[in-house]
Design a protein around this ligand. Structure first.
Ligand code: ADP
Ligand code: ASP
Ligand code: MG
Length: 410
């Protein structure tokens, strides 16, 4: 007998019929003698609908109340699924975040899980229930409802698996695993049987929304056996996130991620002298704005240009801060650009292979795509390009690195 945590995303619970299908899949595992905890998302589109509703009242909704609103989506699906499971003659019980309780910090809309009390769930599992938990939501120390950030049900699933010391966490979604890139953009994308934890962490942080980054972090921290699978197919092993690398079979590049959620800020005519980077970025950090890529151009005429990227939603806030910085350091102008996209290639094989960056830049040049910024780490290379070229860039790179083909063993 194993303890399995299964998480079903929005499309997988997108209609009454699909909820019944999920109930049947859960029942199959229960009948095999396993204990099953199910985490569900809201019906697809519901979270967006609730956010839009809140914005009709106020363009910039109060974060506490926004979390109260958006958490209702998952409350609907847990009850529907628990009912559907009971209809199949099994015992089931739904839990909202506070009923678990799943404790978080108080950072509304992006709260972090701090503690999960497993007692009540365990008692229900031991008495033969399927436990159905609302994803994405928790409760802070003052009993305020919080949510974990978009896509946060993945994190609920993996965190519950960690708290319950589950044998496996299965993420059921609308694709049958992790692909070399989003199959919606590149139809030739290939499903991976396994991907290393490190690569999955990079892909998630660089924009692949198939798993929320915090879910991957949790899996790494607690060594959770994590698998991504299709909720629409009965066959298939999905993709297993592995913790060991098999360097013999390791492709150089495993996947391509992309993201349109950033904006580029440039401050022109910055006096070229020691300390200015700090003078620019410290007030940005003080305003709690995360900076991603940074480029400082070569100086000329005693001045230089300095660019960096931030989350697009924070562009306005960052521009306001930079306007003040501009006056303080005697820079000339602040420019914001939100029509940018970041495209990244990821692979642990990069550690042992040279020439990957030049191959990437050549492939983009062949499509006449101009690179605005570059950043690299040991296992990834990211470039910023104009956003209208994003899909073309992803396809060109997918082809250049032959990701549609099974990698040849080294
Ligand atoms: P869910 O609602 O089940 O959480 P999501 O929409 O959050 O599903 O995530 C699944 C989607 O992630 C897929 O439909 C696919 O378009 C997208 N995706 C992005 N990158 C990848 C990738 N590398 N492999 C598979 N799917 C990806
Ligand atoms: N319903 C939430 C969202 O749409 C959480 C999730 O689906 O994982 O972001
Ligand atoms: Mg998701």
């Amino acid at each position: 007998m194993a303890l399995i945590v299964q998480k079903y995303g929005g499309t997988s619970v997108g209609s009454v019929e699909r909820i019944r299908n999920v109930a049947e899949r859960v029942a199959k595992f229960k009948m095999l003698g396993h204990q099953v905890v199910v985490v569900v998302s809201a019906i697809s589109g519901e979270t967006n609908r609730l956010i839009a509703l809140a914005k009709e009242i106020n363009k910039d909704p109060d974060p506490r109340e926004l979390d109260v609103i958006v958490s209702t989506g998952e409350q609907v699906t847990i009850a529907l699924l628990a009912m559907a499971i009971k209809d199949l003659g099994l015992k089931a019980k739904s839990y909202t975040g506070w009923q678990v309780p799943l404790r978080t910090d108080n950072a509304y809309t992006k709260a972090r899980i701090e503690h999960i009390d497993d007692q009540a769930m365990r008692a229900d599992l031991n008495s033969g229930h399927v436990v159905v938990v609302a994803g994405f939501q928790g409760i802070d120390a003052d009993n305020n409802i919080t949510t974990l950030g978009r896509g946060g049900s993945d994190t609920t699933g993996v965190a519950l698996a960690a708290a319950l010391k589950a044998d496996e966490c299965q993420i059921y979604t609308d694709v049958d695993g992790v692909y070399t890139t989003d199959p919606r953009i590149v139809p030739e994308a290939r499903k991976l049987d396994t991907i290393t934890f490190e690569e999955m962490l990079e892909l998630a942080s660089l924009g692949s929304k198939v798993l929320q980054i915090r879910a991957v972090e949790f899996a790494g921290k607690y060594h959770i056996k994590l698998r991504v699978l299709s909720s629409f197919e009965d066959e298939g092993e999905g993709t297993l996130i592995t913790f060991e690398e098999n360097s013999m079979e390791q492709p150089v590049i495993s996947g391509i991620a992309f993201n349109r959620d950033e904006a580029k800020l440039t401050i022109l005519g910055v006096p070229d002298k020691p300390g200015v980077a700090g003078l620019i970025l410290a007030p940005i950090a003080d305003a709690n704005i995360d900076v991603d890529m940074i480029v400082q151009n070569v100086g000329h005429d005693g001045t230089t240009d300095f660019s960096f990227t931030v989350q697009r939603s924070e562009m306005k806030k960052a521009m306001d801060v930079l306007e003040i910085v501009k006056g303080a350091i005697g820079a000339r102008e602040v420019i914001g650009a939100d029509k940018i996209a970041k495209v990244s290639i990821v692979g642990v094989g990069m550690r042992t292979h040279a020439g990957i960056a030049s191959k990437m830049f050549k492939a983009l040049a062949a499509e006449n795509i101009n690179i605005q910024m570059i950043s690299t780490s040991e296992i990834k290379i990211s470039v910023v390009v104009e956003d209208k070229y994003m899909e073309l860039a992803v396809r060109a790179l997918h082809q250049a690195f032959e990701l549609d083909k099974e990698p040849a063993s080294a």
